[in-house]
Write a protein that binds this ligand. Sequence first.
Ligand SMILES: [Zn+2]
Length: 274
Amino acid sequence: MIVMLEITPIPAFSDNYIWMLKRPDSPRVALIDPGDEKAIMAYLQKHKLQAIAILITHQHYDHTGGVAALVKAFPGIEIICPNREPSKTALSIDLPIQNLITTPAEDGSQIQIEELDISFKVMSIPGHTLDHVAYYGEEAVFCGDTIFGCGCGFLFSGTAEQMAASMNKLAALPGQTRMYCGHEYTLDNIGFAKWVEPDNPAILQRDKIEMEKQLKGLPTIPSTIELELKTNPFMRFKEPVVIQAAEKYAGHKLNTDGEVFAAIREWKNKQYDA
Ligand SMILES: [Zn+2]
């Protein structure tokens, strides 16, 4: 019998999560988005673990920064990563690992990590970057910087239309799917969610619950797709109350998912995060 998959957050930088996948009876692990070389190498050493596979959601430095060191420390390690978006202007946040990829993560393909008996479906979810993917399986989705707890990633190279379509794709996963994202931003995001929907009881309740977790030093992640659908303004752009709030901010009628999404994103960027 295969024993339960352990999914552990390894805190990195100020608010990143590196997700580690492990079976209880083996020291061999897979890592999602090991961006922080120091944090990941120290953790593996301390717990006497060996990395056998890395899954990357997108090639930003805070998700790829530990890959080169891991390849050196664990020769033969599998690097699963989407091929980099072509002809993009380089941003300071990019840290391509294109030449280290052993298994390109292509939309719709199935990724097997046999030794850990893990199987993931690759979902292309552009928006934060054009080449961004999620890994879905084990009743979990690893979605990098696309959805966050009660929020979403910044649009670096994708459009609002693309991000809204990616959100719709994620929203179609079973509600109980656990959502593992790349940053701990939940509490801050809930503050903005309350701007958009001051009277949504699910948001007010979530605010209390996540606050208690953070006061105890616990992560608010994983969330679930169901909880995000109830509370996350960036997944709720089809809800009349959210559309109304977005139109009020924009000052005119909004006609598509992408337009509503763009208005909410701009509202957060320009007023809440300012
Ligand atoms: Zn990113």
